[in-house]
Design a protein around this ligand. Sequence first.
Ligand code: NDP
Length: 329
Amino acid sequence: MALDESFEALMIEDAGGKQQASFKRLSLADLPDHEVLVEIAYSTLNYKDGLAVTGKGRIARRLPMVAGIDLAGTVVDSRSPHWKAGDKVIVNGWGLSETEWGGYSRYQRLRPEWLIPLPEAFSLEQAMAIGTAGYTAALCVDALESWGLSKEREVLVTGAAGGVGSVAVALLAAHGYRVTASTGREETHDYLRSLGASDFIHREELAQEGRPLQKERWGGAVDTVGSRILANVLAQTVYGGAVAACGLAAGPDLPATVLPHILRSVALLGVDSVMAPLPKREKAWALLAESLPQEHLARMTQVEPLKRVPELAEAILAGQIQGRVVIKI
Ligand code: NDP
């Protein structure tokens, strides 16, 4: 198959001490010397991509850097015995857009151990509709269920209308939990109800300074925002409950006490997707294939061209994106 001689990529470069993203033309010879060459069909836009592309998060740790933490596509050339031309693959994380060139490019060369086969249940586009955000939601749900989440009490999802939040709501509802969605956007209630949320709590209510132990309310929670909201969620979690924390949309601080942990045996389960080992990834994707209703996935997804990434990056940091954004390469 003839490959394009030159192609467009969204690259982060140094601009007088600041990180700045712009479109550049690359050739295959410019790509890293990893074993597997993939033609990328789709990438995604996650909160972290927003931080990287706007330069507000200094996500890229070496420059120049091709941005994009996710990709899905087809192997076109491989020096690894594990992959051959024609294989459909996805990559989430593994330092893409941080230390390794990522998915906002027509082609990328990647290490064989970063790739996983496209799960049979999904098309390349659907796998990116899930993307890092959705796969992280699945890691959170798995962490809570492995802890022993009970169906007796409500489960809370914070940042519910965002990417991780939307998938977490849909997965928890599909597993039969009563889901309360915390959102700052009342206009998303119908959308969240359509994904399976039954109750709502305004994020401002959770953002107030609260006592270290409050009325026990949540059997468990998926927290995507951190900061004071996470501290209040821990203080409202029932005896023996657990909170899976994966995000920092409200801030990286945690102004909390140990009291929920030492008096109520509440567990704070940290969730990282970037360096998660393969068995965890496979379990999370199997959970998504089994439990995520495809009509919900379609409802939470918008598809956008690569050229819109810079403006969408600003929008995701401003909390203006609902659900998931797939980037068509
Ligand atoms: P989104 O921007 O899609 O969702 C974040 C949501 O958080 C927003 O939609 C909004 O929800 C809420 N929010 C935004 N700003 C604030 C604020 N100041 N205070 C309270 N809530 C706020 O991002 P993603 O879903 O892609 O990512 C969510 C978080 O998870 C990010 O911090 C991201 O870095 C992190 N993450 C971590 C991963 C890991 O491996 N640990 C992997 C993937 C994501 P609403 O409008 O409903 O209030």
